[in-house]
Design a protein around this ligand. Structure first.
Ligand code: OSB
Ligand code: MG
Length: 392
């Protein structure tokens, strides 16, 4: 019987475990379309629905679930729903179906030679973690080495038509107890709105996310933003840049947090070493899965850099994965995984994921602790394929 003395003990025990090899028998890929309750506008575009790929893995009479964080278009990073679907259907799933894996490390070895496509890879790895954790009868957070039973969360608020509307939505979420408010900004919609919110909410933990929409030519604007007392400024410069971020950080007091630029634990190490960022936004779906997310967490901790868990407007499946990961000790700042009911009238899971006073409980059931609402799932499915049932 294993005892849970520390996250390290948990990691070693289960990373090397061959207790429960899992044979992957078949997989189901779906594209789902969920209407959003609000129009979500960022510097790269606006969306009114969440279109995403859902993966179910079957093995040992159990199911494991994950969702891919890609969107229809490559506006955040390069991958899209279609590229992820192709990589999963034509390469990654055929490589693993019919095979047995001792643990997620063994599964990842198969994916490792293939460059990039971290969002597609994460989808497979995350579903495997869920399935494997269910087969062990343990909640995912324990296997990952989590230490918290609830996590602090904030909200990410899209660009509003006016400053007045921004103040209203900030007020509403502030009253709901969210621990941090992040505002999306873009050139032409930045200092004025941030300053307006700061004037009304002098003590609010406020941040801004530019989603890569500035360059060093915008330095005068960025230095004005530096006066708003943001907790941090997220991804001001290009999605693939570290060097200019390091230059910018030298010219600003506000800590820079990188999101898009960090695709691996090595990227985090390089960014922190260069001074391109002082904080990291971890997204398991961007980093290629829980193992790489955990390595990124460990790198940030080694640099004493704060980190937090981002979101991509996930349904209850991806949201639950994010919450389990956020239970690790290094997630010192509030994440973006707010209540599911903020985003969707109806989620695809039966369990609720609701924050109370800015604290989100970590699900305690086996795996991610989520079950699918089958009837609703069918209604929102726009494409479906089953793989491997006859060739394993
Ligand atoms: O940059 O963090 C981001 C949503 C889609 C794409 C990128 C980002 C976001 C968010 C929303 O900020 C976070 C959430 O509420 O899930
Ligand atoms: Mg971001």
């Amino acid at each position: 019987m294993t005892t849970w003395r520390s996250s390290q003990t948990t990691r070693e025990t289960f990373s090397s475990s061959t207790l429960n090899p899992m044979k992957l028998e078949s997989a189901e890929l779906r594209v789902l379309e969920l209407p959003l309750k609000f129009r979500f506008e960022t510097s790269f575009g606006a969306q009114t629905k969440k279109e995403f790929v859902l993966l179910t893995l079957h093995g040992d009479g159990l199911e494991g679930y994950s969702e891919c964080v890609t969107d229809a278009l490559p506006l955040y990073r390069e991958e899209t729903n279609r590229t992820a679907w192709i990589m999963l259907e034509e390469l990654f799933l055929p490589l693993v179906l019919g095979r047995e894996f001792a643990n997620p490390e063994a599964l990842n070895k198969v994916l490792e030679p293939y460059k990039g496509n971290t969002m597609a890879k994460a989808t497979l790895e995350m579903a495997f973690w869920d399935l494997w954790a269910r087969s062990l009868g343990l909640p995912l957070w324990k296997l990952l080495g989590g230490v918290k039973s609830e996590i602090p969360v904030g909200v990410s608020l899209g660009i509003q038509p006016t400053v007045k509307q921004t103040l209203e939505t900030v007020q509403k979420h502030f009253e709901q107890g969210y621990k941090r408010i992040k505002l999306k900004i873009k050139p032409g919609w930045d200092y004025q709105v941030l300053e307006g919110v700061r004037a009304e909410f002098p003590d609010l933990t406020l941040t801004a996310d530019a989603n890569a929409s500035y360059t060093l030519a915008d330095l005068p604007t960025l230095q004005r933003i530096d006066g708003v007392k943001l907790d941090y400024l997220e991804q001001p410069l290009a999605f693939d840049d570290l060097v200019d971020h390091a230059r910018l950080q030298k010219m600003m007091h506000t800590p820079i947090c990188l999101d898009e630029s960090i695709m691996s634990a090595q990227d985090a190490r390089k960014a922190l070493e260069l001074g391109a960022a002082r904080l990291i936004n971890i997204k398991v779906g961007r980093l290629g899965g829980h193992l790489e997310a955990r390595r990124t967490h460990d790198v940030a901790q080694a640099f004493s850099a704060p980190l937090w868990c981002g979101g991509m407007l996930e349904s209850g499946i991806g949201r639950a994965h994010n919450i389990h990961l956020s239970s690790l000790a290094g997630f010192s700042k509030p994440g973006d995984t707010s209540s599911s009911s903020r985003y969707f009238e109806q989620d695809i899971v039966n369990e609720s994921l609701e924050a109370v006073n800015g604290m989100m409980p970590v699900p305690q059931g086996a795996g991610i602790g989520m079950s699918l609402n089958r009837e609703f799932l069918e209604r929102v499915t726009v494409k479906k394929v089953v793989l491997g049932r006859f060739n394993s």
